[in-house]
Design a protein around this ligand. Structure first.
Ligand SMILES: NC(=O)c1ccc[n+]([C@@H]2O[C@H](COP(=O)([O-])OP(=O)(O)OC[C@H]3O[C@@H](n4cnc5c(N)ncnc54)[C@H](OP(=O)(O)O)[C@@H]3O)[C@@H](O)[C@H]2O)c1
Length: 339
């Protein structure tokens, strides 16, 4: 591996790679995108031509065997993240893997061990955390300027019209909570700064049987609460609100603001609204550059695999509650910071 540049490979010809993360790797500093692998050589070849990647491979294993590649980006269906992240780590590749990192916390911990044993970096690709707007809200919350946080509200919904999409497949790890609710759980834990001690959820199934819509509630050891809804069946809504004793902040288009300038609305009292505008950025590129820096500087990613495991612990408990019709599920009380 060159000490100045990271050579990347991509496992699978996923849509999110095509539209967001591959262009981000191609634009990122100190990164070169060398190869893409697909389950079929023809698809790998045509995808490589389409998006301008020099090498293509007819299987994921072939890409992992290429010594010129030092890091992989994994945008496979959720149920395949564990297997291919571990295979990649064992092949000596650093791993940037799509969210949610795995199917549950135990899988995350297995991946963590594999990464540590191989001496490679591993990170979940929750790009919204690298947007300066998210960082600014975290600073506002942690500075105490809103007073003690009392509750976090969040939503991530969109209407998915293709029945064959991986998000409707139980076997591939689909469902609204795994796909978009994971952002709500993540932003809630991040803003509260604790792990939930009890959760409950109610879900409505999609025709395929996965939860098409889910409303969740989390309570935290300090008494702070969070509630959210997520859906694959409803018009797009993407927002969060962090409320404290002294005020609240609202963030619209919270996770996918695009590259245009975007706002934080700070509210203190009925007539006191301040809009803070944050310059547009490519949050995917900032995420890739952070990960590349970690590899090149041998530093730990800002968000480690243990953090992903904590997110999955909450998701698994929420799904268990939804399956029982909304019975609360108690988690081991952890006062540790989510961040
Ligand atoms: N961070 C974000 O903004 C964001 C946005 C969307 C999705 N995601 C995440 O990215 C991942 C991929 O999502 P996507 O919507 O981009 O997926 P997608 O377009 O359906 O692509 C998934 C790829 O996985 C490969 N694959 C391997 N086994 C498969 C199987 N049994 N069925 C279907 N595909 C299979 C396929 O590539 P080959 O056939 O070429 O091998 C396929 O192109 C998911 O984990 C999702 O949660 C993240």
């Amino acid at each position: 591996m060159s000490s100045q540049n990271i050579t990347w490979g991509v496992l699978g010809t996923a849509n999110i790679g095509r539209v967001a993360v591959i262009p981000a790797i191609q634009a990122a500093g100190r990164s070169t995108l060398l190869g893409v692998a697909s389950r079929t050589p023809e698809r790998a070849g045509s995808f490589a031509d389409e998006v301008g990647i020099p090498r293509s491979y007819g299987s994921y294993a072939e890409l992992l065997a290429d010594d010129d590649i030092s890091a992989v980006y994994i945008p496979l269906p959720n149920a395949l993240h564990r297997e291919w992240a571990i295979n990649a780590a064992r092949a000596g590749k650093h791993v940037l893997c799509e969210k949610p990192l795995a199917m549950d916390a135990a899988q995350c911990l297995e991946m963590d061990q594999a990464g540590k044993a191989a001496g490679v970096k591993m990170m979940e690709a929750f790009m919204y955390r690298f947007h300066p707007r998210t960082e600014r809200v975290i600073e506002m919350v942690q500075s105490g300027s809103l007073g003690a946080v009392s509750t976090v509200e969040s939503s991530f919904t969109f209407r998915l019209r293709h029945a064959e999409n991986i998000r409707f497949s139980h076997a591939l790890g689909g469902g609204a909570l795994m796909d978009v609710g994971c952002y709500c759980v993540n932003v809630s834990r991040t803003m509260v700064g604790e792990e939930p001690s009890s959760v409950s959820a109610v879900a409505v199934p999609a025709p395929s049987g996965v939860e098409g819509r889910l409303t969740g509630f989390m309570s935290f050891p300090s008494g702070t609460t969070a509630h959210f809804d997520c859906s694959l069946l409803d018009e797009r809504r993407e927002r969060y609100l962090v409320a404290g004793e002294d005020g609240y902040v609202e963030v619209e288009n919270a996770f996918l603001p695009g590259e245009t300038d975007c706002d934080i609305c700070e509210v203190r009292g009925r007539n006191n609204r301040t809009v803070h505008t944050v310059s547009g950025v490519n949050e995917y590129q900032l995420m890739v550059e952070h990960f590349t820096d970690c590899i090149l500087n041998d530093s730990e990613p800002r968000y480690g695999v243990q953090e992903a495991a904590a997110n999955m612990r909450a998701i698994t408990a929420l799904l268990a509650s939804a399956r029982s019709g909304g019975e609360p599920v108690v988690l081991r009380a952890e006062r540790g910071k989510a961040l």
